[in-house]
Design a protein. Structure first.
Length: 413
């Protein structure tokens, strides 16, 4: 194993037997042999990858592609048919939160049981106990039996135990949506802190925004093989193009559009760090106008302005919503609106088009902000969008002449 690596996976293969109707007793197995027929399903077909110490990688792919199987092989919950896995250091897994919890024992007692499963000694658990309880925010319930906990409380306690193990390698499978919104943000910040401390992280997730914010690299697993590997901003859009074309049946239109862009030397997604999405709609420019219709670069704090967005749709897409959100530099959300709020009607996209969003008297203090533009369907599916089309600087906001200025604007020719 290379000294700079925390994980090395070589030619990993895994298959499962799926029985049509399996006999459960010896008599049934002997008398009804046809009931024991099965088919072999190959989940992983010789994948190989390496993870450096302190690196965070994301495993992405559609349901059933082999992501969670890979993670379970890394945790040694199951074993491969062939191939090798080498790992250096203590491993903690956030896969089945609360596995090993006893419902009749208190939260405190289950902390000791669960932490012991992760390999901590009693002395180590004693030293971490107060931190675990404080993170879970369950101080007043910690001595109650966990069967009296809500599902959210149960998950919070399990998460708090797992992230306080001080592991060298952390394996995470779709469990960052724990508890309410405030606790989810707390968990996400904790993950960033763990990464910053040098822990190696492998995450399985369908939330590509989480992958992009935490991970250094994405690995797209498709039908048991690695289809693409690289920076999240490069790999994730390719996966989204595949998923959207698979869902919409417009694979040919999307591929033709991508080929046309490449042929004329146009938009190159790999070189554009400020976008992600499926690629079926590309926003080509963003411009700001005042109420008089004048193209402006600055406006007073108490004025409203109109944001004009021009786009190109590969094919007709109905029932969409175009929105914007204003964030402080610390990513706190301070203002937002969308076309559904402004017009009460969804937007139909086809070919080259324009949409206008109205900003009404931004409630901003002095500082620097950014505007994110997004395009999605009400069910949450994201198309391509500008991640940071405009940056705002606010000066003297409480004075009558307070100015909001737009520092830059990007346009694609």
């Amino acid at each position: 194993m290379k000294p700079e690596n925390a994980i090395e996976v070589h030619n990993l293969e895994k298959s499962f037997k799926v029985y049509y109707d399996k006999g459960s007793t010896f008599k049934e197995k002997v008398l009804f042999t046809k009931r024991n027929r099965y088919e072999v399903r190959h989940v992983l077909r010789g994948i190989s990858f390496e993870v450096k110490k302190g690196e965070a990688i994301g495993l992405i792919g559609h349901n059933g592609c082999g992501k969670s199987t890979t993670l379970k092989l890394l945790t040694r919950i199951i074993y491969p048919d062939s191939g090798t896995i080498e790992m250096a250091g203590r491993v903690a897994s956030l896969i089945e939160l609360g596995a090993g919890f006893h419902p009749d024992m208190s939260g405190r007692e289950n902390i000791y049981i669960n932490a012991a499963i992760f390999g901590l000694t009693k002395k180590e658990i004693d030293a971490r106990l107060n931190d675990i309880i404080a993170f879970s925010e369950l101080e007043e319930f910690i001595d109650n039996p966990v069967r009296t906990y809500s599902s959210g409380m149960y998950m919070r306690l399990a998460f708090a135990v797992a992230i306080n193990v001080d592991a060298d390698i952390l394996l995470v499978d779709e469990i960052l949506a724990v508890g309410d919104a405030g606790f989810q943000a707390k968990c996400f910040n904790k993950m960033r802190e763990i990464k910053g401390s040098g822990t190696t992280i492998v995450i399985v997730s369908h939330a590509l925004n989480q992958i992009e914010q935490i991970c250094d690299r994405s690995i797209w697993i498709h039908e048991g093989v690695i289809k693409a590997e690289g920076l999240p901003r490069d790999v994730d859009p390719l996966y989204m193009i595949y998923m959207s074309s698979r869902a919409s049946g417009n694979a040919q239109a999307v591929e033709l559009a991508r080929a046309a862009d490449a042929a004329k030397g146009g938009y190159n997604r790999a070189e554009d760090k400020n976008r992600w999405g499926s690629g079926e709609v590309i926003m080509t420019s963003v411009t700001c106008y005042n109420d008089k219709g004048e193209d402006v670069r600055a406006f007073a704090s108490n004025e409203s302005c109109n944001i004009e967005i021009k786009y190109n749709a590969v094919y007709k897409i109905e029932d969409t919503v175009i929105g914007l959100a204003v964030y402080r530099d610390d990513n706190s959300h301070v203002y937002g609106t969308n076309t559904l709020i402004d017009t009460s009607e969804p937007v139909v996209l086809e070919g080259d088009g324009t949409a206008v969003l109205k900003i009404k008297r931004l409630p901003l203090n002095e500082g620097v902000y950014k505007i994110d533009f997004e395009l999605h369907k009400p069910d949450g599916f994201d198309y391509d969008f500008w991640k940071e089309a405009l940056r705002i600087t606010v000066s003297n906001p409480h004075q009558e002449a307070g100015i909001i200025s737009l520092e830059h604007e990007w346009t694609i020719d």
